[in-house]
Design a protein around this ligand. Structure first.
Ligand SMILES: [Zn+2]
Length: 353
């Protein structure tokens, strides 16, 4: 590894809040995040890896379906059953609890919750992790959309209308290989209203997990850049969660953004969720997404703490190995800085109010 200064990484997706929410004592969970804890991300390893922050997802887990993703997703072909919808009254307390954990993280000095790009740059200068409060699946918002105002006041600046299961707003894609995302119906009327309200507030609308009809509905309704925070290219890994070339081109045309998902099942041409996945598979997706979107509209969206990532990275402390792989692949310093940090800043400038 070279002696070059550490490349900062701003990242499109993590599931740290879900990880900490599973602890019995949330205040103690945050203390452990600061001291060092299990999983992919904590403060000491973030400093080691140059992790400057990213999108922290509020996510309401589905009840256990009795399926083992690690077993099913190493088969030659698979279609995991979609969990049933989660009702608003069941989702809301969990979403509030995870939002409260992010607020507690800020109180203990682990993160700064950012509403402006200048907040992110200032946090980075101060050596504090920058956090965007994101909601993955909007079950905690009812059809009247009032809860969106409350979450916005608490700091929410990014929202995906669906995780993979259906909501009142639209339909997501199942974990299915080989398959593109053209599964099911598009946005509902209230889904359209949600997108318009997000536009008014300057809340980023995340397209990752939406099915293809829903994607094109958002493209038509939204006046903001199109953003898929953590998705890859169908033409390399034909995953329902990945994007077709037409979708990638639309993202580029809108001056939007796609974040490279590190989940090995979405990287590998054979769709298998295996740790033993070479970093060259990540570079193949980056090359292709840059060819489709342009190098100003591609970044990283790790899915740390939510997926199996390549053994060559292992956790957030391994990010410099990805940066080195980009250098070895011939990417310039400028391109690497765009992919790892600056492109997210630019698209947030174009999206937030
Ligand atoms: Zn996700």
């Amino acid at each position: 590894m070279s002696n070059m200064p550490k490349q900062p990484v701003f990242d499109g997706h993590n599931d740290v809040l879900l990880k900490l929410w599973k602890y019995a004592d949330h205040e103690d969970a945050v203390s452990q995040f600061i001291a060092g804890c299990a999983g992919h991300i904590d403060v000491p390893r973030s400093q080691k890896g140059g992790f400057a922050g990213g999108f922290f997802a509020i996510y309401v887990p589905s009840p256990d379906l009795g399926i083992d993703m690690d077993v099913d997703m190493i088969k030659a072909a698979y279609e995991l059953p979609l969990p049933s919808p989660v009702e608003y009254q069941d989702a809301l307390p969990i979403a509030l609890s995870q939002a409260a954990i992010l607020l507690e993280m800020e109180r203990q000095g682990a993160v700064k919750i950012c509403h402006q790009v200048s907040d992110i740059r200032n946090a980075h200068k101060a050596g504090v992790m920058a956090a965007i409060m994101h909601m993955e699946g909007a079950e905690a918002i009812a059809a009247d959309l009032e809860a969106l105002d409350v979450f916005y006041a608490a700091g929410l600046r990014s929202l995906g209308p669906v995780w993979s299961r259906p909501t009142i707003f639209g339909e997501g894609v199942p974990f299915r290989f080989p398959s593109d995302g053209d599964i099911g119906e598009g946005l509902t009327d209230v889904g359209g209203a949600l997108v318009r309200k997000c536009n008014e507030l300057g809340v980023l609308v995340d397209l990752s997990h939406l099915n293809e009809k829903g994607f094109w509905d958002v493209a038509e309704i939204s006046d903001a850049p199109l953003v898929a925070t953590h998705s890859n290219a169908c033409s390399i890994s034909l995953q329902a969660r990945n994007l077709t070339d037409a979708q990638l081109k639309a993202i580029g045309d809108s001056k939007g953004m796609v974040g490279l998902n590190f989940a090995t099942a979405f990287l590998r041409p054979d769709g298998k969720m295996l740790r033993e996945t070479p970093l060259s598979d990540m570079l193949a997706h980056l090359d292709h997404m840059i060819a489709m979107c342009g190098e100003d509209h591609v970044g990283l969206g790790s899915d740390f703490d939510g997926a199996t990532v390549p053994v060559g990275i292992t956790d957030v402390a391994g990010l410099p190995r990805l940066v080195q792989a980009m250098r070895d692949h011939g990417y310039s310093t400028t391109r690497i800085d765009k992919l790892c940090f600056e492109n997210w800043m630019s698209v947030l400038e174009r999206t937030w109010k």
